[in-house]
Design a protein around this ligand. Structure first.
Ligand code: SAM
Length: 390
């Protein structure tokens, strides 16, 4: 074993046949395109090193520190990176096929179009990582950690792959657990105070004119959490009720002081000039009724409502069972007017949406993932399934 502290020394010794460089300090070393097959860099420091296009097949990089390193197009096939720190490393098009990456820290890293086929990433940290276009075929992500900023390839289902919801979000496994949801929202609000309220009603620029065209008036936002969607809808002139099992979420959002940025956002959906209307918006948004209770309780907000919007909520009942998903959907349908529109937004839940859509169709209730299909079914109940991933 030799401990080196610069790239030249490493390359010379490697060329002479040495492979064992454990605990070396190669901070910011330039090892671009280097042939380092079977090298042992266990415990080494390679922070900010440039290993682009390097051949690191079968390398041992256990506990190595590669934070902020450049590994674009590097070949790490069958390398062992268990517990290595690859946080904020840039690894576009790198090859990790059959690599062992247990508990590796990939937070904030860029893995665009990387090949992770058959890689073992159990308990890896993927928070804030960008894996767009990566090949994750047969990769093992059991209990990998991710968050709402992690970007996965389209069609990848992280809940299924990791066998867990956002592990840094304490989602209650009993959906009706009000205290659990209060805890969840306290936690989320304290962790992400700035970012959360805004992105939560993603298709409203289309939605509001569509709902108006159909002449709807009353809307129930079921499982609203702390979304500002009810405010945007109220401002647009609808009579809005927000229902959530979490009293904490309701209290938070009902007392929430809407920022200028958010006012602008809300007014954008109503095509109005923010300079003239902020007090008017504030008056209208005050008309939203916040109700604390479960959608499973038929006495709460019995309706009937013209429109029910539920985002990322019905899918949670799948944690308990498929029967509970159906029961949740049924409880919402019971509150819908005979000509109403129910919007069920599933996030990373395409399979659950498909299952529910088939269940509804088999019972003669119109359901589609195209909202415009409602126009052909104006006199009947209609369920629109919206799906997003990421
Ligand atoms: C994942 S959050 C989604 C919040 C919001 N719709 C969004 O998309 O950001 C699920 C919400 O459903 C609420 N919830 C869970 N079970 C419920 C139930 N049985 N009845 C009403 N709300 C429920 C939770 O308190 C939480 O606010």
């Amino acid at each position: 074993m030799v401990k080196v502290n610069n790239a030249e020394e490493l390359l010379n010794l490697y060329a002479a046949g040495e492979k064992d460089f454990q605990n070396s300090d190669l901070t910011a070393a330039n090892l671009q395109g280097a042939n380092l097959r079977y090298i042992n860099l266990t415990g080494a420091t390679l922070k900010r090193a440039d290993l682009s296009s390097a051949d690191l097949r079968n390398a041992l990089l256990l506990r190595a520190n590669l934070s902020n390193a450049m590994l674009n197009k590097a070949n790490l096939s069958q390398a062992n990176m268990t517990r290595a720190d690859l946080s904020r490393a840039v690894m576009t098009k790198a090859n990790f096929t059959k690599a062992t990456m247990l508990r590796v820290d990939l937070s904030g890293s860029i893995l665009l179009e990387a090949n992770l086929e058959n890689a073992r990433l159990r308990e890896a940290n993927l928070k804030d990582a960008n894996l767009r276009g990566a090949n994750l075929e047969k990769a093992n992500f059991t209990q990998a950690q991710y968050n709402y900023k992690t970007l996965f390839p389209e069609d990848f289902d992280p809940v299924k792959a990791t066998k867990t919801f956002y592990p840094d979000y304490p989602i209650p496994t009993n959906v009706n657990d009000a205290e659990g949801w209060n805890y969840f929202w306290k936690y989320i609000i304290s962790m992400y105070p700035e970012e959360l309220l805004f992105d939560l009603f993603d298709d409203s620029d289309f939605l509001i004119p569509f709902l108006k065209k159909l002449g709807y008036q009353t809307i129930l936002c079921a499982g609203n959490g702390i979304s500002l969607e009810p405010y945007a809808l109220a401002y647009a002139g609808f009579d809005v009720t927000a229902l959530d099992v979490s009293g904490y979420a309701n209290q938070y959002v009902s007392n929430y002081k809407i920022s200028d940025k958010e006012l602008k956002y809300i007014s954008y959906f109503s095509d109005l000039n923010i300079e003239e209307i902020s007090t008017e918006i504030l008056q209208k948004v005050k008309t939203v009724k916040f109700v604390t209770g479960s959608i499973c309780d038929a006495d709460i907000c019995p309706g009937l409502f013209d429109v029910i919007i539920t985002r990322r909520t019905v899918q949670l009942f799948n944690i308990i069972s498929q029967e509970q998903v159906i029961a949740a959907m049924q409880s919402l349908l019971n509150r819908l007017s005979p000509t109403g529109l129910l919007i069920n937004h599933g996030h990373n839940a395409y399979a659950i949406n498909d299952f529910l859509q088939n269940w509804l169709l088999s019972r003669g209730i119109f359901a589609s993932n195209k909202i415009n299909d409602k126009l052909q079914h104006q006199n009947q109940k209609f369920v629109y399934f919206k799906g997003t991933s990421g």
